[in-house]
Design a protein around this ligand. Structure first.
Ligand code: ADP
Length: 474
C-alpha cells in the first residue's frame, strides 16, 4: 500500500506545532507496519538538510501561469520519505497571504498525483491530507480524475482520500478568485457571500470531498459531530457524521524519551525519576531565572492562543491564587501579541514565581517537560494535544481541562488532575489538588509512575490508520 501524506509541517524539518510531530511520527510508524509513505511538504527556505536528492520537475498550472516546481526526496524511514516541493511561492510558511501559498502547494500536489498516476510507477492508493492547508487536494484530484476518466464521480480513478482535522479553528477561508487560480470550477465549492465579497473555505471543500474524515481523538470526533464547532461547517458534519472517525495521536517515544534526551543535563528513566527531575528542576530554574525553594513548578509549553489554549485562564488563576511561597510557573510560547504583553507584566508582578519565555525553543521545551513537577493544559478545546502525553512520559503530572484528547488521555487522580468548567476557579481547584498530592510523596510517586508507564506510542494508532486505509480500499 502506498500513501501520499500531504502536510504543511514535519518535525525535524519545519515545526509550528503538533501537526509536525504527527507528520514525522505517523509515517515512520506506518513504514514499520509495511506501508510505503511519501510525505509531501513545501521546501521552505529554512529547511536545512543534507542528503536530499533531486527527482525531477513538475509543471503546475496556477493563476493563469504554468509554473515549474522542483522535487526533492529525503528518506526518513525504510519505507517513508519526504517529497519536498521547491518553488518561490513555497519558500516562506508565514508569508501573507498564507492561503495562497497552500492553495498553490495543493495544486502542485494534485498535479504530482495525476502525473504519477499517468506514469503508473509506484501507484498511490491513498491520499491523506491534513488540515485546511491541504484540504482542497481531494477536490482537485477528483476534478482531474473526471477529466481523465470521463466519469461524473468525484473519487473516480481508484484512489481513496482521507482528510485529518488537527484543528477546526483554522479553516483556510479565501476569496473566491483562489478557486479560479486553482483552475477548478466554482460550482463545486460552497461559496458564501458577504456584501460584495465571495468567500470559500478550503477545509470545507476537503470535508465534503474526502472519502473519510478523521480527527485526532475519539472525544474530539464526538464533540465536532454533536454540538460543538458546528458553526459554518455544521451542515457538513450533520450530513457526513458517519464518515468521521477519531484516532488518538501518539507521540514519538524515541524522540520524547527522558532516558536519552540530549537536551537534558541529567537524563533519567522511571527508576531514577525523582533524582533526575530534582536535578532538571534546578537546571530549569537557572535557565529561567527562578530561585530555588520547596515549592512545585508548573510548566506550560504551547501557542499563546487564548481562543484555544487556556492561557487566559492561567493568568486569571495566578491572579486569584497568588503563587509566591506556594508554587512557581514557567511558561514557554509565542503567539497572540496582547497576551504576550500581559504575561510579561505578570512576570513583573511575581518575579520570584512566574517566568515567561516568549519564543519557540525546542531545547527549553524539553527542559520544561523534565524540570517541572506539573504541566498545565487548560485548553478551551483540544483536538488531541501532545504536550500532556509528553509531560507524562517525562514524569510530569498534567493538570488538564476535560475536553477532546485531554479527556481521552488523562485520568483524574490517577495520571493527572482533570477539571471540567472553563473557569479560573476550576483551574485553581485542580492546581490545589495537584499541589496537595505533590506534598504527599507516596501519593505523588504512584501518579508519576502511572503516567510514565502509560503507552502513548504510535504503534496502536498507526495500526488503526492501516485498518482504515484497508477498509477504504475494500
Ligand atoms: P498544537 O495545537 O499547537 O498543535 P500540540 O499539543 O498538539 O499543540 O503540539 C504542540 C507541539 O509543539 C509539542 O511538541 C510542543 O512541545 C511544541 N511546542 C509548542 N510551542 C512550543 C514552543 N514555544 N517552543 C517549543 N516547542 C513548542
Amino acid at each position: 500500500m502506498h500513501v501520499l501524506f500531504v502536510t504543511s509541517e514535519v518535525a525535524g524539518l519545519f515545526k509550528i506545532g503538533g501537526l509536525a510531530d504527527v507528520s514525522d511520527a505517523l509515517p515512520k510508524a506506518l513504514s514499520e507496519l509495511g506501508v510505503t509513505v511519501t510525505v509531501a511538504l513545501p521546501f521552505y527556505a529554512s529547511i536545512d538538510i543534507k542528503g536530499c536528492t533531486g527527482v525531477g520537475e513538475l509543471s503546475v498550472d496556477y493563476a493563469g501561469d504554468r509554473e515549474t516546481v522542483e522535487l526533492f526526496t529525503y528518506p526518513i524511514a525504510d519505507r517513508a520519505s519526504v517529497l519536498l516541493f521547491r518553488h518561490h511561492r513555497l519558500l516562506d510558511y508565514h508569508k501573507a497571504p498564507i492561503e495562497e501559498t497552500f492553495a498553490f502547494f495543493s495544486k502542485a500536489v494534485a498535479t504530482f498525483f495525476m502525473e504519477n498516476a499517468v506514469a503508473g510507477n509506484n501507484p498511490i492508493d491513498i491520499v491523506h491530507c491534513n488540515d485546511w492547508h491541504t484540504a482542497v487536494v481531494p477536490t482537485l484530484i477528483g476534478e482531474s480524475n473526471k477529466t481523465l476518466h470521463g466519469s461524473g464521480t468525484v473519487q473516480s480513478g481508484g484512489v481513496k482520500t482521507v482528510i485529518t482535522i488537527h484543528n477546526l479553528m483554522y479553516q483556510g477561508v479565501v476569496d473566491v478568485c483562489v478557486i479560479d487560480h486553482l483552475g477548478a470550477p466554482r460550482g463545486i465549492f460552497h461559496i458564501v457571500k458577504k456584501g460584495t465579497k465571495e468567500r470559500v473555505s478550503l477545509l470545507r471543500s476537503g470535508l465534503e470531498c474526502a472519502d473519510v474524515i478523521t480527527t485526532v481523538s475519539p472525544a474530539y470526533a464526538k464533540e465536532i459531530t454533536l454540538q460543538k464547532h458546528r458553526d459554518s461547517l455544521g451542515d457538513v458534519f450533520a450530513r457526513r457524521k458517519d464518515k468521521v472517525v477519531g484516532i488518538l495521536n501518539g507521540i514519538d517515544t524515541r524522540s520524547w524519551d527522558p532516558s536519552r534526551d540530549a537536551s537534558l543535563a541529567q537524563t533519567y528513566n522511571a527508576s531514577a525519576v525523582f533524582e533526575g527531575k530534582t536535578m532538571m528542576k534546578r537546571v530549569l530554574r537557572q535557565a529561567t531565572g527562578l530561585p530555588g525553594g520547596p515549592v512545585p513548578v508548573f510548566g506550560f509549553v504551547g501557542r499563546i492562543e487564548p481562543r484555544q489554549k487556556g492561557i487566559d485562564l492561567v493568568m486569571k488563576a495566578i491572579g486569584q491564587f497568588h503563587p509566591d511561597g506556594k508554587y512557581q510557573i514557567v511558561i514557554l510560547g509565542t503567539g497572540e501579541k496582547h497576551t504576550e504583553t500581559e504575561l510579561a507584566n505578570m512576570v513583573k508582578q511575581f518575579p520570584l514565581s512566574v517566568a515567561f519565555v516568549n519564543g519557540f525553543n525546542e531545547t527549553l521545551a524539553r527542559k520544561i517537560y523534565a524540570g517541572s513537577d506539573m504541566f498545565l493544559v487548560p485548553s478551551k478545546f483540544e483536538p488531541c494535544g501532545l504536550t500532556q502525553m509528553i509531560a507524562m512520559r517525562y514524569g510530569t503530572v498534567p493538570v488538564v481541562r476535560k475536553t477532546g484528547g485531554l479527556a481521552d488521555t488523562v485520568d483524574d487522580d490517577k495520571t493527572g488532575f482533570v477539571f471540567t468548567s472553563y473557569s479560573p476557579r476550576s483551574l485553581v481547584d485542580a492546581m490545589k489538588r495537584a499541589i496537595h498530592a505533590w506534598e504527599t510523596p507516596n501519593v505523588w510517586k504512584v501518579i508519576v509512575h502511572r503516567g510514565m508507564e502509560a503507552d502513548f506510542s504510535w504503534k496502536r494508532s498507526a495500526g488503526l490508520y492501516v485498518d482504515l486505509y484497508k477498509s477504504l480500499l475494500g
